[in-house]
Design a protein around this ligand. Structure first.
Ligand code: GDP
Length: 294
């Protein structure tokens, strides 16, 4: 993952570190190289321009703090600005004494159902009691898949195989779980309809019924630039509060997911790193940038 970006950034940094002196021309060159690296990794153009402008301004104007060479300071600026782009580390902020409702959003194939089951297990292992509602009535097999995956971690899944009305299923599911001592309810939703507007309108209805505490957008890390538009469309319908990027075990560069974060203002919380139920990791921006810069 991200190898291209990593190599390109590493080359750009090497140039700075190896140079005999730092001047405006070299900083401009660094900025260009960083731009190229980010664009090749599918980071949105507007973001790339913003971040590199900031790197240029700070590199040209800031005096390094005592003990830090000018070169090291510039590398630190680059590091800071990339970390800013990725946001702070963030985690769930569950309220105790209530059932925290999380709605999972994302287009079909993004890995939403898999992530729902992964998250159910992950939270169970952290000591939360979790219930799941399967409300993807569009994709045949989604409910069975969810049940099969959740069975192993003893998480109960509420579903109605013969009901196509997903807001109804959510309503019934919440009622069913109401009397149980659950901390978290995860709601898996559909990712496709004949028309995109039908999907978004269904999400809107589910949102009304569920009144979720958090909407999580699941994004396929391999889709590149489409991430931005997809995230924006969902966010306009239901305010997205957290993002999970899947399939980062592939050779995907993942830069598009950074754009999804920018489109919604929501943080990347977890990453999916495989098809198995345990392949879920907490997203760490500092580790991520550390990896980028080698
Ligand atoms: P949904 O339509 O959004 O519910 O997507 P699914 O959960 O059914 O996932 C679609 C496909 O992606 C399935 O074959 C999953 O096994 C696969 N998948 C999901 N998450 C990951 C991941 O993190 N890595 C890999 N390699 N495959 C994944």
């Amino acid at each position: 993952m991200l190898d291209g970006l990593k190599n390109n950034l590493r080359d750009a940094i090497k140039k700075i570190v190896k140079s005999s002196g730092i001047d405006e021309e070299l900083i401009k060159e660094l900025s260009k190289n960083v731009q190229r690296a980010l664009l090749q990794s599918d980071v949105n153009v507007r973001l790339v321009l913003e971040i590199t402008k900031q790197i240029e301004i700070r590199s040209l104007n800031e005096t390094p703090p005592p003990g830090l060479s000018r070169k090291d300071h510039i590398v630190k600026i680059l590091y800071d600005e990339l970390a800013k782009l990725l946001g702070k580390e963030s985690d769930f902020d569950f309220k105790s004494g209530k059932q925290n409702k999380l709605i999972m959003l994302g287009i079909q194939g993004s890995g939403k159902t898999t992530v729902t089951a992964k998250l159910a297990k992950f939270l169970t292992k952290q000591g939360y009691s979790v219930g799941v509602i399967g409300a993807d009535t569009y994709r045949p097999g989604a409910l069975v898949q969810l049940r099969t995956m959740c069975e192993k971690s003893n998480v109960e899944v509420y579903g109605e195989p013969n009901n196509k009305n997903s807001p109804d299923i959510v309503k019934n599911g919440l009622k069913y779980f109401e009397s149980l001592p659950l901390d978290v309810i995860l709601i898996d939703t559909a990712g496709r309809h004949k028309e995109e507007k039908d999907l978004l309108s269904e999400m809107e209805q589910i949102n009304k019924v569920a009144e979720p505490d958090l909407a999580i957008l699941v994004i396929d890390g391999t889709i590149g630039q489409q991430c931005f538009n997809q995230a924006e469309a969902f966010h306009k319908t239901i305010p997205v509060g957290g993002i999970i990027i899947t399939k980062l075990d592939s050779s995907a560069k993942g830069g598009g997911a950074i754009a999804a974060s920018a489109a919604t203002g929501a943080q990347i919380m977890y990453i999916g790193t495989g098809e198995r139920i345990d392949d879920l990791e907490k997203f760490s921006p500092t580790r991520f940038v550390g990896r980028l810069l080698g």
